[in-house]
Write a protein that binds this ligand. Structure first.
Ligand SMILES: Nc1ncnc2c1ncn2[C@@H]1O[C@H](COP(=O)(O)OP(=O)(O)O)[C@@H](O)[C@H]1O
Ligand SMILES: [Mg+2]
Length: 437
């Protein structure tokens, strides 16, 4: 179905996808970018964007299933307020310009980030976008903070591909928010080193409690943005006030912005589906490859820090356990022993420790590494690509990875999410606590 809409200059239209907007005559503003007649703008499923006519304009909108077009009343539309706030930031003299977008989930942070990035680009800034939303990642893989330079106007942040990444390893900033803070600081230093004049940061939506406010204040303290744009619903104004009391006294322009009135909220399963699309975007072109464990640094794991157990110890353990361990390692006072399935072994720890000569002996199930989201670490200790640990071949001392990375592997940093790679699509299996290996 297609509808034609005349848009007198200054009026706004809200379009919910899947829909294609064709500008027949005139000019519209979408995400801070002007599109003239002949432009075709694709609004994705479950996305709502607001278009503004910059002159008397006619558009036709081709509507897919569940798509919608409605005239936006000026009093309920936030677009002008958002554009003004971005404009103010872009006309300030601060260099590099660092704009951070903060707010609860589904309040328009990512949309506002795209607007700010587009507008900075159009003003001639060499502009980098940092995606610090590890749970709803748009640029890079979930579990990573990613960044990219924007070269042409975008309609979706997900059009960008990560040029820089830092692995956090989890998909929620709780309970270790400092992992995200460190990653964001580190990646901003990188983009500035690469010449960014404007940096726009999209953050995670954990902004619904005092604890969350304190963490965002810590992020602001660490990053030192020049501008903070806070999108916040009217009834949650206290969150803004609390944040303002922490960071408002300093040399940072902090602005409160309204959220779109008619906005869609995403449920848990929808958020997970979106995450799976994001994993797939980055990992789809992956291949399986093996690396020798002895030749890489395994980061974020307990295992592969000490010395392998000598064969005679493994044999003694085999007698006690009733099955030969696949691998054993001693590091300091701790022994780690990999067994096929520890449910079947009923060895008492004192006896185990007698053989291993260690205070503590931990039995580890052989398949517990399978599916772990990880990062390949390059020469200079920077993340170069995500990877899934497919399995460890204990007998060969090899680790099998699923990764798009084809270069040298210096290190593998192991995360806390398990994924399944099936026919080019990535499914999220579960989160794990601590390092399984
Ligand atoms: N001006 C607007 N009016 C109505 N809905 C909007 C508007 N701008 C964005 N949205 C929609 O609001 C939803 C949440 O936006 P998003 O930018 O993804 O938020 P967040 O990043 O804070 O979760 C999306 O479906 C988006 O398309
Ligand atoms: Mg978002």
């Amino acid at each position: 179905m297609s509808v034609r809409k005349d848009m007198p200059c200054g009026t706004m239209l809200r379009v919910t996808g899947p829909a294609t907007v064709v500008v027949e005559k005139g000019r519209v503003l979408l995400l801070g970018v002007t599109y003239g007649s002949g432009s075709r703008l694709l609004i994705k499923r479950m996305r709502t964007y607001c278009l503004k006519a910059l002159e008397d304009t006619t558009v036709s909108v081709i509507l897919g299933t569940d798509a919608k077009v409605e005239e936006a009343k000026p009093e309920e539309e936030v677009l002008d307020e958002w554009l003004e706030a971005v404009e103010r930031a872009l006309t300030s003299n601060a260099r590099p310009l660092i704009i951070m977008v903060v707010g609860p989930v589904d309040c328009g942070k990512t949309t506002l980030t795209a607007i700010a990035a587009n507008m900075a680009l159009q003003r001639g800034f060499r502009t980098a976008v940092v995606d610090a939303d590890i749970g709803q990642a748009d640029i890079g893989c979930p579990g990573f903070v990613s960044a990219a330079f924007i070269k042409q106007p975008i309609l979706y942040l997900s059009e960008l591909y990560p040029e820089f990444m830092r692995f956090v390893g989890v998909i929620s900033p709780m309970p270790s928010p400092d992992l995200v803070i460190t990653a964001v600081m580190d990646i901003i230093a990188d983009v500035i080193r690469h010449g960014a004049e404007a940096v726009v940061i999209d953050t995670d939506g954990w902004f619904n409690s005092l604890e969350a406010v304190l963490v965002k204040a810590r992020l602001i303290k660490a990053v030192k943005p020049t501008h903070v744009l806070v999108v916040i619903p009217e009834d949650l104004g206290w969150l803004y006030t609390a944040l303002y009391r922490k960071v408002g006294r300093f040399n940072i322009a902090i602005t409160r912005l309204r959220v779109p009135k008619v906005r869609r909220t995403r449920g848990r399963s929808e958020r997970r589906q979106l995450r799976e699309l994001a994993y797939t975007k980055i990992l789809a072109g992956s291949r399986r490859r093996r690396v020798k464990i002895g030749e890489v640094a395994m980061l974020n794991t307990s295992m592969f820090s000490g010395d392998p157990m000598p064969p005679d110890k493994l044999s003694s353990l085999a007698n006690l356990l009733g099955a030969k361990p696949l691998y054993g390692e001693v590091v300091g006072e701790r022994a780690m022993v990999v067994v096929e399935d520890y449910r079947e072994v009923s060895a008492d720890n004192a006896k185990l420790s007698e053989i291993t000569s260690c205070e503590r002996t931990k039995l580890i199930k052989a398949s517990s590494e399978r599916g772990l989201l990880s990062a390949i670490i390059g020469d200079d200790l920077r993340e170069v690509a995500p990877a899934i640990i497919s399995r460890i071949l204990w007998d060969r001392g090899e680790i099998e990875l699923i990764t798009p990375w084809e270069g040298e592997v210096r290190g593998i940093m192991v995360g806390r999410v398990k994924l399944k790679f099936e026919e080019g699509f990535v499914r999220e299996e579960c989160k794990v606590r601590g390092s399984p290996i």
